[in-house]
Ligand binder design. Structure first.
Ligand SMILES: [Cu+2]
Length: 139
């Protein structure tokens, strides 16, 4: 074997070693790593949503009454109206010049979210029980 033959062979060997080793080891790490980051974001998002409900933006409809009956919130906040009134149907709606909302029929056990995207004072009423009233002040 001449010197140049040996050099050519060792070059070829190292190239083939590179070709077989690197694709087998390096790429599978990336999907796993990205998956771990995605899980992290999902769990952080869940914690944020729970914190919002902790601040008391849930309104009950038990006894044909919105409870609490008044709310003061910031623009963009979400109020969740829960029909926890046994087997009664409710139908929350807002009909003002600047903001309207209609829940449709609220089946017992259902939850309805209203995102107050406009500042002002709004009356949430029930289409089935005219005495039900929720006042929402949006800053
Ligand atoms: Cu009602």
């Amino acid at each position: 074997m001449t010197e140049s033959e040996r050099a050519a062979r060792s070059q070829k060997d190292s190239r083939s070693a590179e070709a077989t080793d690197s694709p087998a080891i390096v790429p599978p790490r990336h999907p796993l790593f990205l998956g771990a980051i995605a899980c992290l974001f999902v769990s952080v998002g869940g914690m944020t949503a729970a914190a919002v409900t902790d601040t008391g933006l849930i309104v009950s409809q038990k006894g044909r009454e919105f409870n609490p009956g008044t709310l003061s919130i910031k623009r963009g906040q979400t109020v969740q109206i829960v029909n926890d009134d046994l087997d009664l149907l409710h139908h929350a709606y807002i009909d003002s010049e600047t903001f309207t909302f209609d829940s449709g029929d609220q089946l017992p056990g259902s939850k309805t979210k209203i995102v107050f995207s406009v500042a002002g004072d709004f009356k949430v009423l029930c289409g089935i029980h005219p005495k039900m009233k929720l006042l929402v002040h949006v800053e």
